[in-house]
Ligand binder design. Structure first.
Ligand SMILES: [Zn+2]
Length: 102
């Protein structure tokens, strides 16, 4: 449903890579983020003061015995989208200011 915006991966027994994703659901206003495990049904409530990455690492270590080779990376296309959107928004704001002054 949501778009995966960030991946937490860790290596478990037998060099298997386990992944927990942060999925952002844009159907909500403001958007909502979900923590979703790619290997089981784990999807905790994020209505907590605990850090998302801590929860992801804990789950990978506790449920899947994956504590090695941790990586934490943003989704490539999501990062690209942000780099495109940022200048685009600036240009729009400048255009708007110019328009308002004329
Ligand atoms: Zn899991």
């Amino acid at each position: 449903m949501g778009a995966a915006i960030r991946h937490f991966t860790a290596i478990g027994p037998g060099e298997q890579v386990f992944t927990v994703n942060i999925e952002r659901d844009f159907r909500y206003e403001p958007y909502r983020d979900f923590l979703v495990c790619a290997h089981c049904d784990w999807s905790p409530s994020l209505l907590t003061t605990r850090r998302t990455d801590t929860m992801a690492w804990e789950h990978l270590a506790d449920a899947h015995d994956a504590a090695g080779g941790r990586t934490d990376r943003e989704n490539e296309s999501f990062r690209t989208a942000r780099w495109v959107m940022l200048p685009l928004c600036s240009v729009l704001i400048i255009a708007l200011l110019v328009f308002l002054q004329s």
